[in-house]
Design a protein around this ligand. Structure first.
Ligand SMILES: [Zn+2]
Ligand SMILES: [Zn+2]
Length: 93
């Protein structure tokens, strides 16, 4: 239970959030965010970036969507897939 992948909160770089909690965390953090507005990635709603064009060059979800298989394989080793088996989805932060 301790080997979850962590991601950096796009609204506060000091927040390290378990990836499966990121969607809920982002909703909360967005409300307190006072910086420049971030764009939401169409391919993964937890991706919030200033420069979407730059982001899409390295977004694994986008690259997967356009069928860029080699990149997908390279990235899956360090980016855990979103867990959709219901595990902890309803756990409050
Ligand atoms: Zn945060
Ligand atoms: Zn993305």
């Amino acid at each position: 239970m301790s080997d979850y992948e962590f991601g950096i909160c796009p609204y506060d770089k000091t927040h390290r959030i378990m990836l499966f909690r990121m969607p809920k965390h982002i909703v909360k953090c967005q409300k307190n965010y006072r910086g420049p507005p971030l764009k939401i990635c169409k391919y993964n709603a937890t991706h919030r970036v200033l420069d979407m064009e730059e982001h899409l060059k390295e977004c694994p979800y986008y690259l997967r969507a356009i069928g860029y298989q080699s990149v997908q394989i390279a990235l899956t080793t360090r980016i855990a897939p979103i867990q959709e088996d219901g595990h902890d989805v309803n756990t409050p932060l």
